[in-house]
Ligand binder design. Sequence first.
Ligand SMILES: NC(=O)c1ccc[n+]([C@@H]2O[C@H](COP(=O)([O-])OP(=O)(O)OC[C@H]3O[C@@H](n4cnc5c(N)ncnc54)[C@H](O)[C@@H]3O)[C@@H](O)[C@H]2O)c1
Length: 455
Amino acid sequence: MSDTVTNTSEQPRRDFLQTATTGAAAIGSLPLLTESLNAAVHASGDDVLKIALVGCGGRGSGAAAQALSTIGPVKLWAMADAFRDRLDVSYGSLSRGLEKRYDRDAADVGNRVDVPEERKFVGLDAYRKAIDSGVDVVIITGPPAFRPIHFEYAVNAGKNVFMEKPLASDPAGVRRIQTASEVARQKGLKVAVGLQRHHQASYVEAIDRIHRGEIGKLQSLRCYWNTGNPAKRPFPHDGLTELEYQVRIWYFFTWLSGDHICEQHIHNLDVCNWNMKGHPVTAEGLGGRQVRTGREYGQIFDHHAVEFTYADGTKMYSQCRQIPGCVRQVAEFAHGTDGVADLSTVQCSLTNGDQTIWKSERKAPNPYQVEHDVLFDAIRTGRPHNEVQHGADGTMTAIPGRMATYSGKRVQWQEAFDSDLRLTTDAEDWNAPAPILPLEDGSYPVAKPGTTKVL
Ligand SMILES: NC(=O)c1ccc[n+]([C@@H]2O[C@H](COP(=O)([O-])OP(=O)(O)OC[C@H]3O[C@@H](n4cnc5c(N)ncnc54)[C@H](O)[C@@H]3O)[C@@H](O)[C@H]2O)c1
């Protein structure tokens, strides 16, 4: 990619972690590392890549099906979840071949599931048992709060990883991920991050064209994740410890999900960062919890609007809202001196006034499948593959954004990144205290701009 759009921001941590690829399109042009790093990493000693699934929810089941649909012998070997019922649903769906297989008709997902009772693990410590069960690849798809813990353990155990976004819910978690990623790189382990737009042909081509200057110099960016309610639902508290309850409805607690600005809007923030080749340096914004206010919805906001500024002064205007009955839009826009890019998972286009500069095809290989194809190919061939940098940048854009809406203050990226803020817990016992406790009326503390301190 050319550097028509430059980001002059100082990113001292960026040198700390050099990534090897950003997308499927990059396969043929990757730099070679030393021979020892290029050695394919297998535990089994044969061609079969054994997989552990940690976090057997909706995405975990989908990711496992995609991993099992890659080319070459693969087996789902172990499964881990905080809760038995979640694991059972996932196992049932995968072993009966009911999970979506996307582009691979030939792959028989169900026949590639080999998880007897003794390799099904439940509880907050289940991840360690699954990772230690003799696997080559770990799929990490639990709540973001646990991502740094699970990733660090997998890397220390010498495993290749696919992990979902966001990478953490707090700055301490992002730093922990980056440290483990550096170890992974040194060990030659392959790491994929579920920001699948990097593997969607329309996005890859659109952003390449933007980088080549087809809409001129970028002036500003806008991005949106405005929808109705998410698929996540409340759960009865009866008989559960406080920690167990919060993990059950993890989406609605900031320490677990990072709030929906982090959980979902990260996709759009990541695309803006990709355009800008870096992360913003400040964030200021507003947000609140106006419609989804019941205690059964924990403590996260239902809307955030943030103005981010990159080091060269370029602005990125971001909105995310989860309120039914409002305008729905999930997309990103880049405004340049010579045109506008309109980016979405349906179609991407570049225009200049009434003139279409370029428009993507509507149909292309499914990026969720492609990201696994790329990872498994890297594992089999020894090609370097590590997607942590843009995952960390995206996460560390959303977190300062949230800090800005929670506090009502202007947040400096560096200060946020360096801060001691740690929201999560390493506890592995359901009786351990939850990081957030309910108030006297049973509701949970909600951030109040102007009063809440985030740094
Ligand atoms: N890239 C994408 O487009 C995409 C799409 C959906 C979800 N995701 C991401 O995937 C992650 C999971 O989302 P989901 O929709 O599958 O949620 P989910 O609630 O369906 O699944 C999460 C699973 O993790 C389990 N879990 C909780 N704590 C755990 C722990 N400590 N150890 C092991 N398992 C634990 C839960 O019981 C649950 O089964 C989220 O971070 C989300 O952002 C990404």
